[in-house]
Design a protein around this ligand. Structure first.
Ligand SMILES: [Fe+2]
Ligand SMILES: [Fe+2]
Length: 480
């Protein structure tokens, strides 16, 4: 009898070990799909054609919505309520023309409370959607997914032969894997290059994950998005600086900001060379939200990561434009993409290392700004070279398909960086601030920035003239 018991226990141990070995290293959810399930889902999504996505509103109590239609609509409407009983509140918005056949309906919902689940549906013209739900962030902190270089790609002109459906699935898989790790995330931060050619079909793919109807997605314009002007029409951003204030308006919508929890998020279009406009935008956003503890900037071009032959010249110019702004306005973290390789700098101030944090996963009251470049979420880079001026602290090329989960609390911001299919992060890094000021110097910009700012704005003016002529000639069938 004793022998049988022993055998059973051995079998049990083997069974547990075998289960652990064949189980994925992460939990599954109802959002997980196989490739064939995605094919079926994709057919339904494409035939519906509305491509709804959610974006942050100007502050925690607001939420932006955008979806597509083929005709102008006077009163696109989102209906929202916070419980199973009671009636829906109605919020109406506007139609933004994308081209002759497509419109983006954009609505802002306000009066939302933290840590609630809301039910919503939307309608425009003779279409009414089914009911979806979203959760607002907790009052005492929140978490966010940080991704970059999703590169949803239309097949034409794509040497990899990828399609919008396949690249959209690749993004959905990463999005789901992150969501499975953290069901409470209430924001996605995307550092640009969402659409490979900036085409509407690619943005429709970007919005295809069902999680886009649940978690707001905040994008910034990458150089690939900037190949077209669709980005400006389909992305429903709050607090756009471009509206009437910019010296030279940006063809792709300009910079924007929002406040979430104790964080002021500054989303900057780094394709746009009007340095004075970027400066004025950050100044205004910071002055209007001077009591918000953390300042996090998001832009596409990495300033210190590089990892790409020939990009150092570009990085050097971009540092001239942007570093004085982040220094003067005490930005804590700058999140970027573009190089497709993960890197994190030491603490930087004045273009130099102000605090060497090699070997540390934590910095308190940092004497400057930390620049974090996410690797690509869906398109790994093959050949890479050394980081810009060797200022990038970590240089992680062996990991592909990167995503980051960021935890924001009043005192700390922690970034957990993962590669796809790995349960454990390859890096965990925490910034801590013991006061609103932290340890960031605040010496203002030097007089040279006046020259840089004006040259940048002059270049953007010339770019605008060229863009106007290109558009005019394209309308009569002439392309350069
Ligand atoms: Fe990219
Ligand atoms: Fe890029």
């Amino acid at each position: 009898m004793k022998k049988v018991k022993l055998s059973l226990s051995i079998v049990l141990v083997f069974a547990i070990l075998a289960t652990a070995m064949i189980s994925p290293a992460y939990a599954l959810s109802s959002y997980d799909m196989s490739a064939s399930q995605w094919d079926t889902y994709w057919q339904g999504y494409k035939s519906d054609g509305k491509a709804l996505y959610m974006a942050p509103g100007g502050n925690e109590s607001e939420m932006n919505f955008a979806w597509l239609g083929n005709t102008e609509c006077e009163n696109p409407t989102v209906y929202v309520k916070s419980s199973l009983i009671g009636s829906y509140d109605e919020f109406t918005g506007i139609s933004v023309k994308i081209d002759n056949d497509n419109y983006s309906y954009q609505v802002t919902v306000y009066g939302l409370l933290p840590n609630r689940t809301y039910m919503y549906y939307y309608s425009a013209n003779d279409y009414t959607s089914s009911v979806n739900t979203f959760k607002t962030g907790k009052a005492d902190g929140f978490s966010a997914l940080f991704v970059s270089d999703v590169h949803i790609s239309e097949q034409t002109d794509n040497p990899d032969g990828e399609s919008v459906k396949d690249t959209s699935f690749a993004f959905h898989e990463i999005f789901t894997q992150a969501y499975n790790k953290d069901n409470y995330m209430s924001l996605v931060i995307s550092a640009g290059d969402q659409a490979d050619h900036g085409l509407l079909s690619e943005y429709i793919g970007l919005f295809s994950s069902p999680l886009m109807k649940k978690i707001p997605f905040a994008a910034t314009c990458g150089n690939h998005d900037n190949k077209n002007t669709v980005y400006a029409s389909v992305i429903n951003s709050p607090n756009r600086y471009n509206k009437g204030q910019a010296i030279v308006p940006d063809k792709n919508g300009g910079d924007y900001y929002f406040v979430k929890g104790d964080v002021l998020f500054l989303f900057i279009n780094s394709n746009w060379t009007s340095a004075n406009d970027h400066y004025n935008f950050v100044k205004q956003a910071v002055e209007e939200n001077s009591d918000v503890k953390w300042r996090v900037a998001v832009m596409h071009h990495d300033l210190y990561g590089g990892h790409h032959e020939g990009r150092e010249d570009e990085n050097r110019l971009l540092r001239l434009m942007f570093v004085p702004i982040f220094d003067e306005f005490c930005v804590d973290i700058v999140l970027t993409g573009h190089s497709h390789v993960y890197s994190r700098t030491h603490v930087m101030y004045g273009g130099k290392v102000s605090e060497d944090i090699r070997g540390q996963g934590h910095v308190t009251d940092a004497a400057g700004t930390v620049y974090i470049t996410s690797g690509s979420t869906a398109r790994p880079r093959g050949n890479v070279s050394a980081g810009s001026d060797a200022l990038a602290y970590d240089f992680i090329s062996e990991y592909d398909y990167i995503y980051n989960i960021m935890d924001f609390s009043y005192d700390t911001i922690t970034i957990n960086s993962y590669s796809k299919d790995n349960f454990s992060p390859f890096e965990v890094f925490t910034l801590e601030k013991t006061s609103n000021e932290g340890g960031h110097p605040n010496e203002g910009h030097n007089d040279l920035y006046f020259i840089v700012g004006n040259i940048g704005t002059l270049v953007s003016f010339v770019q605008t003239i060229i863009h106007i002529f290109e558009t005019l000639f394209a309308s009569i069938g002439i392309e350069f």
